[in-house]
Design a protein around this ligand. Sequence first.
Ligand SMILES: [Zn+2]
Length: 132
Amino acid sequence: MTEENTGSCNCGTVRFRTRGTLREVIACHCSQCRKQTGLYYAATNIADSELQLEGAENVTWYRSSPDARRGFYRTCGSALFWKRDGDDYSSIMAGVFDEPTNLSIGYHIFCADKGDFYEITDDRPKFAQSRI
Ligand SMILES: [Zn+2]
């Protein structure tokens, strides 16, 4: 049976459905992710062909770096997506999935940039910058 997951923004205007196995969650502690979420970005991803988006016209895309954009819903403020130009898959914030997600954090990236007000206390691998 194909795994299916659903999720939405905080107010439910943007909804989505994914089919297939989601990637393990990567926690990104870079300053952009901190500013966007107030803490850190925890995201899985899925091929665009397996992502069904309802209310896509409500997603605002912010160009956060020369090669990537961040999608959010401007009314309720939910951070939803991160997408690198040209990729045929999208990162989706783990926290916007309906539960149970069956997701868990695989590793942490950009730990050198993490906020100074918290510690990363789990036993998952930690990378100072990107993993690659
Ligand atoms: Zn980041």
